[in-house]
Design a protein around this ligand. Sequence first.
Ligand SMILES: [Zn+2]
Length: 346
Amino acid sequence: MNVAEHRFGRIVACVAALGLALGAGACGPDDAREPQDDPVEQASEPIVVVASVNQWGSLAEQIGGEDVQVTSIVNTTAVDAHDFEPQTADVAALQQAEVVVSNGAGYDAWATASLTGDAASVSAAETVGAMTGDNPHLWFSKDARNGMATELAEAFSKARPDKREEFESRLAAWKEQEAEVEQAMDDFSAAHPDATYAATEAVAYYLMSDLGFEDLTPQGYAQAAANEGEPAPADLQEFQELLESRGVDMLVNNTQQAGDTTNMITGTAGRAGVPVLDVSEQMPEDCADLTAWIASLVKSIDALFATDETADDATSGDATTGDGDGATTGDGTTAPSNEGQSDPAA
Ligand SMILES: [Zn+2]
């Protein structure tokens, strides 16, 4: 089975993954986190938590529940997270936080630049020992998520010792959900041990690694992208040829680092029939929480491969070469969104 054998459109988590997400929680309206109006629970004030980015802010909410009040400063997928500069109000919020939650590894140095002595700091990079220069997209790493969940429960318990039991029980519930997602990842890598991909930017590096994918992004291109530079023409050419020859099963496109170069690359993937997975840096607004986001991405990737198997069966014996424009059939009714299936360069 070769996923690159078939034409797919692009899929976007979490929208495309509705109905596919794990029982742990789908993206979409959050009906799982109802505030409890228990008067006993309001005995102590919620902990004021400020997170640099919404994916870690979401995890803080998952662990803190009604006992935290979380503000996420970068809270949209519509910005370039790598170049974010906080406003005065953002800095003020950080200075008033009891717990500051950051990513670290150079991703959000502004978040901890003005830490006061009073605030507790929880950093994903510190949790897993990542340094500036390492791939900073740590929320996509299962190790970092698990480490952060534990650190957050600990920091919250220190801030409100009387709530320790609540934090620990939410941590246990979170770990069950996370384990479910990781099981799905293990199932995927067992079913697709030779999966390969290339990426416009290494945003999903840890996720793809956890899924057992081999990264075949041309090195020169990858280095330029990591340094937010323009790739050399030869590197770009190499990338284009990799896609044209369907040398990878999937292209990961960072929608928050989009530009002319990445548009050219996704266009080439579209023409070659290499499926494109759009991944943002920040958690999309329609995702209930970090776990649901990761689950939906895993489901989306799995669906791309599973759809390919279905499509191969459905089109076997078909006399056409199957690469013409227009009404390609055989995708099956359960295929993810085929938005963007048409030739982007047409
Ligand atoms: Zn990035």
